[in-house]
Design a protein around this ligand. Sequence first.
Ligand code: NDP
Length: 243
Amino acid sequence: MLSIRGRRCVITGGSRGIGLAIAKLFAFKEANCTLIGRHEESLEKAVQSLCSKPLQSHKWLAFDVSDPKGWEELMQNKKSNPIDILVNAAGISQNSFLMNTPEAELDKILDVNLKGTILGCKSVILPMMKRKTGCIINISSLLATHGGRGASVYAASKAGIIGLTRSLAWEVGRFNVRANVIQPGYIHTDMTKGMNKDGDLAALIPMGRLGEATEVAEAALFLATNKYAHNCVLNIDGGLSAT
Ligand code: NDP
């Protein structure tokens, strides 16, 4: 089993929800985390919430993950401090039937969820391949393979993440760079606020409840620390994918 102690991790969507839960667990395991999000204030607050021992140092950088310039700036900052683990957790949801989804919204969902993840992977792989070590964890969604009403473009973006990772795994695996996907079901975060009115959603899940962001974080830790976990799509969904 690998240790992530002292490892340099970049976590997009690190300001809250699943990304922050992953950062908290990784920091607890003594990794150094750089959090990415769009808002300086929330990132600063998130960094302050991370466990920090004397030799640890956590940072943040505010940029839109769909903007290549943001990734360039990050990689510039990381030249002397290469990234060991990249977690692409930034994402936005959709709540409209396709026929009612304006093109601008459609572009935004694809840009943030899919292009943002592609840009992140593209930015880190060459330095990781040169160092013959690296780990990429991309956060997809159960909806990628199961679909859902009002989630067509979101599901397409998340299915794209699986195709991206599965292809990337072939390209980078021989360089000891691992790439994996987590497919969460419904998890308690801002994204699902208000979705479980009267327990309707929970009733559809075999475990009878939504998941917690910490439970997704534990899956991320497994993927970060298991040397042979590569090209996996790991469901963390309370059994919903089996229904
Ligand atoms: P939240 O809405 O709680 O958090 C979203 C995170 O993404 C925030 O940190 C937000 O930062 C960041 N973000 C959004 N847009 C951008 C952008 N353009 N550039 C940079 N950062 C951005 O969502 P969750 O924590 O629930 O979701 C995390 C990931 O997990 C997403 O990819 C989501 O699709 C996926 N997922 C979530 C599920 C759930 O049930 N919650 C289920 C399946 C998958 P800020 O707003 O501060 O910029």
